[in-house]
Write a protein that binds this ligand. Structure first.
Ligand code: PLP
Length: 335
C-alpha cells in the first residue's frame, strides 16, 4: 500500500504513544494550508526575522539565554549541543538514545560510556543520581557530561543539584529532556533542566502536542546557532517552525496550563499506583504479556514495554475519552 494510502487509513486503536497529539489536537488551524505557508527566505515576507523574534520570545518564556526551534527532533539538538560544547572528554550513558554517541563521535572527543544499574523489579533504568555523577566525575575527569532525564519510563534526575555540581567542577552539562517538554509548564510535574543545565533538549512532538519531529534546544551557555548550522538544512520548513511558535504559546497560556491540570487529574482518576516520577508516563506492571493483551484484545497500543512493565504515554492530546476507555479496560483486567 502506498504511504499516502496508509496515512489515510482509519485507525481505531487507542494510541498511548508519541506523538501525543493523536491526530486530533490541533492548535494550528491556520497552518493547515501547508503548501501556501511553505516559503523560503523571501524579501517580501522576511520569515527569518519572524523566526528570530519567536525564538527570542521563547527564551524569555523558558528563562534561558537561547532557545532554538528544531525541525529534526531532539536528535539534532543533542548532536548540536555536543558540537557547541567542543568537548575533549565526554561522559555518555551506554544505553542512551543513539544520537548521544553519534554526536560524541562527530565531536572527536574522547568518549567514556558509563553504566547505570537496571531496576530488576521494573525492568527499567532509573535516572542518574547525584552521587553517581560525583563518582563518575572523580574517576574520569570529563569536561562534558550528557545525561538523560526523564528516562523513557519517566524517572527524573535531580538536575538542579547535578548542574550545581557540574558548574563548580567546570563541566558542561547537557540534559536530554526529550520526554520532559511539559515540565516547565506545571508545578505538578517533575523539575525541568532548562534553567539549570548548560544545554537542554526537548521533543515537543513526544508529549507536548507538537507535530513530528518538532523540538527545542535551550542553552544557558553559548549561542548554538553555529553548531546547528553544521547539521541543519539551509532550507528550513517555516510552516513547521511556525507550529513550534504556536505550540509554545499554547503551553504558556492559561488554556495550556488548564489543559495540563485536567490531563493530570484524568490520569489520577485511573487509580493506578504511580511507579515513576512522571505521571504522564503510566507505568503498569505486566510487561510483554500485558502489552499483547492490550493491543490484541482491547486495541490499545502502548509506547514501550519490557518483560516487567508496560508504559502508556500521555500528553497534550490525550483526552478524557481515551483515558476513560483505558480505565474501563484496566478495571476489566483487575476483576
Ligand atoms: C531519550 C531520548 N532522547 C532523544 C530522542 C530523540 O528524539 P527525536 O525523536 O525528537 O529526535 C529520543 C527518541 O525517542 C529519546 O527517547
Amino acid at each position: 500500500m502506498s504511504l499516502i494510502n496508509i496515512l489515510k487509513k482509519k485507525n481505531r486503536t487507542a494510541l498511548f504513544t508519541t506523538p501525543s497529539h493523536d491526530g486530533k489536537f490541533c492548535i494550528f488551524h491556520k497552518f493547515y494550508q501547508w503548501y501556501k505557508a511553505d516559503i523560503s527566505e523571501i524579501d517580501a515576507l522576511n520569515p527569518e526575522k519572524g523566526l528570530e523574534e519567536a525564538e527570542k520570545k521563547a527564551s524569555q518564556i523558558y528563562g534561558t539565554k537561547y532557545t532554538k526551534f528544531l525541525t529534526n527532533g531532539s536528535t539534532s539538538g543533542i548532536i548540536s549541543a555536543i558540537l557547541a560544547s567542543s568537548p575533549k572528554k565526554i561522559l555518555i550513558w551506554e544505553n542512551a538514545h543513539p544520537c548521544h554517541k553519534n554526536g560524541a563521535e562527530l565531536s572527536n572527543a574522547e568518549i567514556i560510556e558509563y553504566k547505570l544499574p537496571l531496576d530488576n523489579e521494573l525492568g527499567v533504568y532509573k535516572a542518574i543520581t547525584v552521587s553517581e555523577v560525583k563518582s563518575l566525575v572523580e574517576k574520569h575527569h570529563p569536561d562534558t557530561l550528557l545525561i538523560t532525564s526523564p528516562t523513557y519510563e519517566g524517572f527524573v534526575a535531580k538536575v538542579d543539584e547535578i548542574a550545581d555540581f557540574c558548574h563548580k567542577s567546570n563541566i558542561t552539562l547537557i540534559v536530554d529532556e526529550a520526554h520532559g517538554a511539559l515540565y516547565p509548564f506545571s508545578n505538578d510535574l517533575p523539575i525541568s533542566a532548562v534553567k539549570y543545565a548548560d544545554f537542554t533538549v526537548q521533543s515537543l512532538h513526544k508529549t507536548a502536542g507538537g507535530i513530528n519531529p518538532t523540538a527545542l534546544l535551550h542553552s544557558n551557555k553559548i549561542d548554538p546557532t553555529k553548531a546547528l548550522s553544521k547539521i541543519n538544512t539551509t532550507s528550513p520548513s517555516y510552516p513547521m517552525l511556525a507550529t513550534i511558535e504556536a505550540n509554545i504559546k499554547f503551553l504558556n497560556s492559561s488554556r495550556g496550563h488548564k489543559y495540563i491540570r485536567e490531563l493530570l487529574k484524568n490520569i489520577k482518576s485511573l487509580g493506578v499506583e504511580q511507579l515513576n516520577d512522571d505521571p504522564t508516563k503510566i507505568l503498569l506492571k505486566g510487561g510483554f504479556k500485558l502489552s499483547k493483551k492490550l493491543f490484541e484484545q482491547y486495541h490499545i497500543e502502548d509506547e514501550r514495554t519490557n518483560d516487567k512493565t508496560t508504559m502508556l504515554l500521555c500528553g497534550i492530546g490525550t483526552d478524557k475519552k481515551k483515558l476513560e476507555r483505558l480505565k474501563k479496560v484496566l478495571n476489566n483486567l483487575r476483576s
